[in-house]
Write a protein that binds this ligand. Structure first.
Ligand SMILES: [Zn+2]
Length: 427
């Protein structure tokens, strides 16, 4: 977390007290340069007779290396690269690196692509709630890459890049960096227009993972369309790459000046308190129903990661799980926006053991007995069968906490036993 007023005070402390004697102790302005994609992730690419296959990952790296060399010559800056070669750092690695280094600015460089050849120009994205459809397409293309990495998959377990709902639901409060990000973005786009005579599509707000998790002002620059001939030739050229790098370089130095001026003007900015996790977990109860709906059922109105828990013959459908108040409130809003007008947030004590009763997994409900060589009965041992109201109910396992049941549910899903329902048995 960077508080500019603090950096500034620290700077002046050295300035006045130590009379320039320890100039090297002055905090450098740290910029993380992120060349989009890399390694097995090529990003967008197109074939042109002039260039052969023009790949986004190569263009972004070339621009970032040029930009980095310019910044490294300026003693005010410290530069951190997420990659300097053709490799693929995971999203987690990119953002963890940025956060650990307590960077002042995160700049991710990308190239755009469209299914049509006509669209051209530059645009810069900052983290934000805007849900414009075209932007969403960019979000999908740029976010999809994170799913190449298993660790990311785990971290974003409750995130589905295809679902606009989850884009809203999992938005993390970033407003404190939004203003700075917008300012920097406007410098970048302004330079592309003024210095390089390019067409700017503007500075836009979008939920992009690579921006979302950064604890610093962050932008993602789409430096042109690889799918457009003129843009592609420019992106592939030495001249184009140098102009883009120079424009971003000038934007960074102007941005630093603006930040330093602000620090002088308002040395006592209120620090924004960091959100503390709550003691309990919260899930959004969407509805209770005697019917069982599997993931993707229209009854769930497009919401993903809904956890049904069966209790007294009714299926209760819970959406999301979080111990952050802001995320909980967002999830509730998402559920209501999706059409669950009576959705309400329910608190769960983490790892609470049931005093009476237990949790089990309902693995199948069938009007006939399952054959003894059915896939489910072959996969799982000690499955219980109960006949009730003319149907056979098959359950598996006994767990004292919801978390244990969720874990086993995931484990047996990996073995192919899907669409099971956690059941709370009180007896
Ligand atoms: Zn990209």
């Amino acid at each position: 977390m960077i508080d500019y007023s603090f950096s500034f005070k620290k700077y002046f402390f050295f300035f006045f007290i130590l009379f320039f004697s320890i100039t090297s102790a002055q905090k450098k302005f740290t910029v993380v340069l992120d060349a989009g994609h890399g390694g097995s992730d090529h990003g967008a690419n197109r074939n042109y007779s002039e260039t052969g296959t023009l790949r986004e990952k190569d263009v972004t790296l070339a621009i970032v290396l040029k930009l980095g060399r310019m910044l490294e010559k300026n003693k005010d800056f410290k530069i951190i690269y997420t990659r300097k070669i053709d490799e693929f750092p995971s999203l987690t690695e990119r953002t963890t690196l940025a956060n650990r280094s307590k960077a002042d600015l995160f700049v991710s460089v990308h190239c755009n692509a469209s299914t049509k050849t006509a669209p051209y120009g530059t645009e810069t994205f900052v983290q934000g709630p805007d849900q414009n459809k075209t932007n969403l397409e960019v979000a999908k293309a740029e976010n999809d890459v994170i799913f190449l990495d298993e660790r990311d998959r785990e971290m974003f377990a409750s995130y589905d890049p295809k679902s606009p709902e989850s884009l809203i639901a999992l938005k993390i409060q970033q407003s404190k960096y939004l203003e700075s990000s917008l300012l920097f973005g406007s410098f970048v786009e302004g330079n592309f227009v003024k210095k390089d005579k390019r067409y700017s599509r503007g500075v836009k707000q979008q939920n992009l993972h690579v921006l979302r998790l950064n604890a610093m002002p962050s932008v993602l620059i789409e430096t042109g369309f690889i799918s457009n001939y003129d843009d592609a030739m420019y992106l592939a050229s030495e001249k184009g790459q140098t102009e883009i790098a120079e424009s971003i370089y000038d934007a960074i130095t102007d941005y630093k000046k603006a930040i330093d001026r602000n620090a002088t003007a308002a040395p006592k900015a209120e620090p924004v308190p960091e959100e503390k996790p709550l003691k309990n977990d919260f899930r959004i109860l969407l509805m209770s129903s005697p019917s069982k709906y599997n993931a993707g059922d229209p009854a769930l109105k497009g919401l993903n990661y809904v956890l049904p828990i069966k209790e007294n013959g009714l299926y209760k459908y819970y959406y999301g799980t979080t111990n952050m108040a802001s995320v909980r409130d967002n999830n509730l809003k998402t559920a209501r926006d999706a059409g669950f007008k009576n959705a309400t947030s329910i608190s769960f004590i983490p790892n609470q053991k049931l005093g009476i009763g237990y949790y089990t997994l309902e693995i199948a409900v069938s009007p006939q007995k399952l054959s003894s060589n059915s896939a489910v009965l072959n996969t799982l041992k000690n499955v219980n069968r109960v006949k009730e109201n003319g149907s056979f109910y098959y359950t598996y396992g006994k767990f004292s906490s919801l978390e244990e049941a969720v874990k086993e549910q995931k484990d047996i899903e990996l073995k192919g036993v899907k669409n099971t329902v956690i059941q709370k048995v009180l007896k």
